[in-house]
Structures are given as structure tokens and as C-alpha cells.
Design a protein around this ligand. Structure first.
Ligand SMILES: Nc1nc2c(c(=O)[nH]1)N[C@H]1C(S)=C(S)[C@@H](COP(=O)(O)O)O[C@H]1N2
Ligand SMILES: [Mo]
Length: 333
């Protein structure tokens, strides 16, 4: 990576020298060296392409001999084998996972159809004590995280053993992982070994280091096409991308082709759940002018939260900002 950009910097000097006007030289450089093809984001991410974030080596677990304990402040502690889990009524949901480290338009986000058992159902079997506050999830790699009992009961959280119709792959948490719609990846604990209900606000590994306890996903959207510094010389062009809100569904996406001065509504696709990303598109009538344009996207969810334009890094509660892509249009006869 570093070496590539070093060579490019050298090429920049060369190509700039070929032009009398520096601005023209810069445009030439952007078009020819930094242009990136449009991105294809398939609605369902194939398992082999699904992003992975592991803090340790994935533990080698066998379904045989593995069990999940549900204990702590519950009336009837449970110990469930893999076959016990599979014997419970299954649920299937389309949920997009996003890492809290994902940059706006980054790659640490993927979408799958998951199959598993409702966490609410299992907790009801165990019977939460009246003073229980947090549901702590412990994993075989020594990771642990918590969600509130309210989150566990009322936001369709589940424990998944299948991903896109296949047995949950080892790197994604085999035999069983949590899927917590609306909450960043950190709360979606893989390789589950034990669930404990506690009467206090449990601070997991990241909370002890100042990261968000709540973990609610921020509204985001990004542009897949055009790619950076593409040249567009057709009369119309389909600007497209994706939007995601966590668990609240996308209500609206707007697009600007003038750097954010004016906005127009994009078309959004109908998707199978409120907890997955949403493809959008905008048919742009391309001006017949030789110019650079800055394209931006902005999403609003179904409960009226709008994507924040403020640039934020991942710490402490997730990135924000508007994705922007610079492209070049050309005058046409
Ligand atoms: N046990 C365990 N669970 C974990 C992690 C981990 O390292 N260990 N990483 C978390 C993080 S930061 C993210 S973003 C998601 C990633 O899930 P994936 O690798 O299946 O995409 O898992 C979460 N659950
Ligand atoms: Mo993450």
C-alpha cells in the first residue's frame, strides 16, 4: 500500500510537468491515476466475502460437547446442547452487520439471511429475575459483551446457527452467535458459551476502555457508482449506492450533485427487513459541461433520524459524515 502511493506521487510530478496549467494537470492525474471503478454491493453478501473482525484466533469448537448455559438472575437456569438449540422453533431474518470501526462507505459491513432461535424465547424459558438489568454474553475466545434486558427482549435479538443457508462458518462464530439488530458488531458475540443475567450495568472489554455501552448503529449511506474521479459522458447516469440505519429501516435517501447545495430524492428499493441495508438509485440528467462535480448522499431512517454530516472517527460510538464522490462531466455535441 505505502509503496504504491509513493510511486504514484512520483508519477504526479511527471504528469503535472506535461501541462502548462496546473489545474488541468491535477484533473488529468485524478482521472488517470486515482479513478476507481464503481463498486458492486450484492444485496446478500456471500459468506466467503462477509467481513470478519476477530480479536483472537477463532476457537475450534465442535457441536458435540458444546453447550450454552443461561444463568445468573433467572428462575430456571438452562443448559442447552446444539441439538436442543436446533429443536427450538427457528426464526429467519435478514440482518446487516456493521463494525463500529467501519468508515462511512467502508468495507466492514455485510448482509446475510440468518437462521437461529429467538433470544427472547430462551430468556422467557429461563425466566428473568425481576431485578435483572443486563444480559451478558460470554464467548469461547474470552470475549464478553452485554446488552440491556430490554434490548434482548424487545428488538428481535436472536442466536444464529445458520448464515445464508449454510451452517454458521467457524470465523463467524460456529456453533452459535448473537445477532442484535440495530447494534454495532461488538454486541454480536460469536462462539457463545454462556449467557448471564445480572442486576447491574455490565461493562464489557470495550466499555472499560471508554467505548459506547449502548452501541446503537448510526444512520449511514454511501455512493457505489460513480466511483471516485470517474468521467461521465452520457446524457443520463444512474447514481446508486446503499443506505443503512441499524434496526429502524430507511425512510428516505437524498442525492446532491452540487456538493450539498441542493438535494433530490433517490428511489429506494423494497427490502425484506427493517434491519438490513437498502439499495438506492438516482437517475441523473448529466449536464453537458466540462467540469468536476461533487456527489453526496444523505439518508433518513423511518423514525426520522438523519445521517449526520459531522465527520466523526470510530471512537467512542461509531463514525459519521456524508460520503462524497468527485466525478467529471464533459461537454457533448
Ligand atoms: N467472541 C467474539 N465475538 C465477536 C468478536 C470477537 O472478536 N470475538 N468481534 C466482534 C466485532 S468487533 C464485530 S464487528 C463482529 C464481526 O462479526 P463477523 O466477523 O461475523 O463479521 O463480531 C463481534 N463479535
Ligand atoms: Mo467491530
Amino acid at each position: 500500500m505505502k509503496r504504491r502511493s509513493f510511486i504514484k506521487a512520483g508519477e504526479l510530478g511527471l504528469s503535472l510537468a506535461l501541462f502548462s496549467r496546473p489545474a488541468e494537470g491535477a484533473t488529468f492525474f485524478l482521472k488517470h491515476y486515482l479513478s476507481r471503478p464503481p463498486k458492486e454491493t450484492p444485496f446478500y453478501t456471500p459468506n466467503q466475502d462477509f467481513y470478519i473482525v476477530n480479536y483472537a484466533r477463532p476457537p475450534e469448537l465442535k457441536a458435540e460437547g458444546w453447550s450454552l448455559r443461561i444463568a445468573g438472575n433467572v428462575k430456571r437456569p438452562l443448559e442447552l446442547s446444539y441439538t436442543d438449540i436446533l429443536a427450538r422453533p427457528p426464526i429467519e431474518r435478514v440482518v446487516t452487520l456493521e463494525c463500529i470501526d467501519n468508515e462511512v462507505s467502508g468495507d466492514l459491513i455485510s448482509n446475510a439471511l440468518w437462521k437461529g432461535v429467538s433470544l427472547r424465547r430462551l430468556l422467557e424459558e429461563a425466566g428473568p429475575g425481576p431485578t435483572a438489568q443486563d444480559v451478558v454474553m460470554y464467548a469461547a475466545d474470552d470475549y464478553s459483551e452485554s446488552i440491556t434486558l430490554d434490548r434482548a427482549m424487545n428488538y428481535e435479538a436472536f442466536l444464529a446457527y445458520q448464515m445464508n443457508g449454510e451452517t454458521l462458518p467457524k470465523v463467524h462464530g460456529f456453533p452459535l452467535r448473537a445477532v442484535a439488530p440495530g447494534l454495532y458488531g461488538i454486541k454480536n458475540v460469536k462462539w457463545l458459551s454462556r449467557i448471564e443475567l445480572v442486576d447491574y450495568d455490565y461493562k464489557g472489554y470495550w466499555q472499560q476502555r471508554g467505548w459506547t455501552d449502548d452501541g446503537q448503529i448510526k444512520v449511514t449511506s454511501w455512493i457505489d457508482a460513480p466511483g471516485a474521479y470517474n468521467t461521465i459522458n452520457t446524457n443520463t447516469y444512474t447514481i446508486r449506492g446503499m443506505a443503512f440505519s441499524g434496526g429502524t429501516g430507511i425512510g428516505e435517501v437524498s442525492v446532491s450533485t452540487d456538493g450539498g447545495r441542493s438535494w433530490e430524492k433517490a428511489e429506494i428499493e423494497t427490502v425484506p427487513s427493517l434491519s438490513c441495508w437498502v439499495p438506492w438509485r438516482f437517475e441523473w440528467r448529466v449536464p453537458s459541461l466540462s467540469q468536476s462535480v461533487e456527489i453526496k448522499a444523505r439518508a433518513t431512517d423511518k423514525i426520522g433520524r438523519t445521517q449526520s454530516p459531522l465527520l466523526a472517527g470510530a471512537f467512542p460510538d461509531g463514525t459519521s459524515g456524508l460520503h462524497s464522490v468527485v466525478a467529471f462531466t464533459e461537454s457533448r455535441p
